[in-house]
Design a protein around this ligand. Structure first.
Ligand SMILES: Nc1ncnc2c1ncn2[C@@H]1O[C@H](COP(=O)(O)OP(=O)(O)OP(=O)(O)O)[C@@H](O)[C@H]1O
Ligand SMILES: [Mg+2]
Length: 284
């Protein structure tokens, strides 16, 4: 095992048999290494296998093939490894008659460390996700976005080293999405690793170090935003005409069948331009 990776997946495969003779690959030969301290995002259409992957990593799906090593534990068998993982499920379970404070107190009570369910920690989390003013409202009276914020607070309650966030932005308006982005960036700066899915690609683009595209259970492409978005058979060349008139260069390039979008002169900074003009004047 390479210790620099917080997660290593090799050939993870999950098949669902929906009726005799028909099987669905919810995940097929999924292999990836995720280093610590990055934001790794999985994007994919509905039904592409994102939730299946997260459920395997969290130990909710136990029948699968392939292997993963999560924080040093093979297939997550070492339960204590999960003490430092935070999970945001796709459809968070809520207790409708509890308010935000009581809910977080309850989630915090699952952990051994008493600090996690302390008043101080819970107040801090409610402030972080913007729920302080709704603290006395019962969760059944919450909007979808408010439930999502509560669920995000639940996911980070134990100050996890690794966060797995399924549909992070589900139900969030653009303002809250921006606040959540700031939280993710802050957590990353603290050295945490974040693995997430979201259908808001603009948001993914802003926060991810690495992006994986999943389709019908298969990882089609993985890389940085630049790796994913660059168009390999189209490019921009900037060249120096070395004093040759632009119209002449334009004719040469056009004759090769290359389309010219824009022709512009190089600009110097003011100091260089000034010196150049004065120098030419002196040489007259
Ligand atoms: N319990 C199940 N039984 C049978 N098929 C299932 C089951 N759970 C998931 N699937 C199938 O596995 C595939 C992957 O589903 P999954 O929920 O992982 O997708 P997803 O990428 O999370 O989609 P979404 O963006 O809609 O949340 C889908 O074809 C889905 O129908
Ligand atoms: Mg899903």
């Amino acid at each position: 095992m390479d210790n620099s990776f917080i997660l290593e997946c090799s050939n993870l495969t999950k098949i669902y048999r929906i009726f005799p003779g028909k099987k669905i690959y919810a995940l097929k030969d999924f292999s990836i290494n995720v280093p610590g301290g990055v934001v790794f995002s999985i994007i994919g259409p509905n039904g592409s296998g994102k939730t299946t992957l997260f459920k395997i990593l969290m130990g909710f799906i136990t029948r699968f093939s392939g292997q993963f090593i999560l924080r040093g534990s093979v297939n997550g068998r070492n339960i204590s490894v999960r003490e430092k993982i935070g999970f945001l499920p796709e459809n968070p379970s809520i207790y409708p008659d509890l308010n935000a404070y009581e809910s977080l107190k309850f989630y915090g009570s699952f952990f051994k460390e008493s600090r996690i369910s302390s008043k101080e920690n819970i107040e801090r989390l409610m402030e972080l996700v913007g729920l302080t003013e709704h603290r006395n409202k019962k969760v059944k009276e919450y909007s979808k976005g408010m439930i999502q914020r509560l669920s995000i607070a639940q996911a980070i309650i134990n100050n996890p080293e690794l966060l797995i966030l399924d549909e992070l932005t589900s139900g969030l308006d653009p303002f809250v999405t921006e606040e959540i982005n700031a939280i993710i960036i802050k957590l990353k700066k603290e050295g945490k690793t974040i693995i997430l899915s979201s259908h808001l690609l603009g948001h993914i683009q802003d926060i991810s170090d690495t992006i994986g595209i999943l389709f019908m259970g298969r990882l089609l492409k993985v890389g940085t935003l630049k790796d994913i978005t660059q168009v390999s058979d189209r490019g921009i060349i900037i060249f120096d005409t070395k004093g040759k008139p632009l119209h002449e260069c334009r004719e040469v390039i056009s004759s090769c069948g290359i389309e010219i979008f824009n022709v512009d002169y190089l600009t110097n900074d003011l100091e260089e331009a000034f010196k150049d003009i004065v120098k030419k004047e002196k040489e007259k």
